[in-house]
Design a protein around this ligand. Structure first.
Ligand code: ATP
Ligand code: MG
Length: 333
């Protein structure tokens, strides 16, 4: 994990699609890092990527509900709206306007070979692939660059998108004047790709996730049916035994130990013993987060206030950046 020596020199942008509740992959992949860096004084922007919901489905169902649930997850995990800006990108017109010049900076071939987009097409619910599916990584560059973020805490699936954002920033600066945009870098955690109960990337949309909001019993039920293997001796071997290793990593993160230490404590007791350890560790770790979440859930009006204020702040920042972009492009009439 990267160290940040002077927090005031950095700005973080990261976010999530409002397609369901946040899960353990989010928490250990990015959310924990957001809060940790916020708490040492780095300015934090969190985008709720509501337009991005439409990449792999026709309509965004229960969008308002999902947006509110995300705000709840953020607050429960420790994102502090007094310091952090939580916003929906659809509410920030100047951010979306950056998409046009940015699209001119990338080739169709570059968009077509993005491995994350290919994986998402394979899991998509749509029979045809929309233009948004190919262009949303460029939109994501607008999310990151509108506030000139330089640090982006994300999971592994986002690395191709971050590379594209760096390319767009560099090409914009080369073409229109140096120094308008920083070249942001990805911040990976110890869990850049937590697996779900089916052994593929834990994802909101794949029915394989353990959410932060799940009850202790539901968590136990989900972990019980998680895919493992038939070998009795539990060992940390991410390449050879990915499912068992992802469970070990999850327990290790909750217990503040190494995956190998957790594996040693289980030894030849097999998958059932491993799952028991993971369940207890997760439930204990999440208990205070779940309690805070239930508390915040009692005041839905507060969630909307957080979002309204975040959207206002994001609009002001985006207007300033767009003015700079238009000046650089000689679009000032
Ligand atoms: P969906 O299935 O709707 O795409 P998702 O679970 O993939 O949902 P996103 O909103 O697409 O979640 O991703 C939000 C952030 O969480 C991204 O930075 C992503 O890299 C990170 N993330 C998502 N899933 C995992 C995971 N399993 N392990 C680590 N990081 C993850
Ligand atoms: Mg996703």
């Amino acid at each position: 994990m990267d160290t940040v020596t002077d927090p005031t020199r950095h700005r973080i942008l990261t976010g999530d699609r409002p397609t369901g509740r946040l899960h353990l992959g989010h928490y250990f992949g990015t959310l924990q890092n957001r809060v940790r860096l916020q708490d040492i004084g780095v300015e934090l922007y969190v985008v709720i990527a509501d337009y991005q919901v439409l990449t792999d489905r026709d309509v965004a169902d229960d969008l308002t509900g999902h947006v509110e649930e995300l705000v709840l997850d953020y607050l429960a995990a420790g994102v502090d709206p007094a310091r952090a800006t939580i916003f929906t990108h659809s509410a920030v017109p100047a951010l979306n306007q950056l998409l046009l010049p940015f699209l001119s900076l990338v080739s169709v071939a570059e968009l077509g070979r993005n491995p994350t987009v290919k994986d998402e097409i394979a899991h998509s619910r749509q029979s045809a692939v929309s233009g948004l599916m190919f262009t949303y990584p460029v939109h994501q560059a607008a999310d990151i660059l509108f506030c000139k973020a330089d640090l982006v805490p994300v999971g592994q699936d986002q690395l191709p998108h971050l590379e594209l954002t760096r390319t767009i920033a560099r090409r914009f600066n080369d073409r229109y004047g140096a120094g308008v945009f920083p070249e942001p870098r990805a911040l990976l955690s110890k869990a850049p790709l937590l697996l779900g109960t089916d052994g593929t990337k834990m994802s909101k949309s794949r029915g394989n996730a353990i959410t932060l909001a799940a009850g202790a019993d539901e968590t136990a039920r989900l972990i019980k049916r998680a895919k493992t293997d038939t070998e009795r001796h539990i060992m940390y071997d991410p390449d050879g035994r990915p499912e068992v290793s992802s469970l070990l990593l999850l327990a290790a993160l909750c217990l503040d130990r190494t995956p190998a230490q957790v594996a040693d404590s289980i030894g030849a007791a097999g998958s059932a013993a491993l799952k028991k350890v993971v369940t207890e560790a997760v439930n204990e770790y999440l208990a205070p987060i779940r309690a805070r979440r239930a508390e915040y859930a009692r005041d839905r009006a507060h969630l909307r206030t957080v979002l309204r204020e975040g959207n206002e702040r994001a609009r002001a920042v985006a207007d300033t950046t767009l003015a700079e972009v238009r000046a650089a492009m000689n679009n000032n009439y």
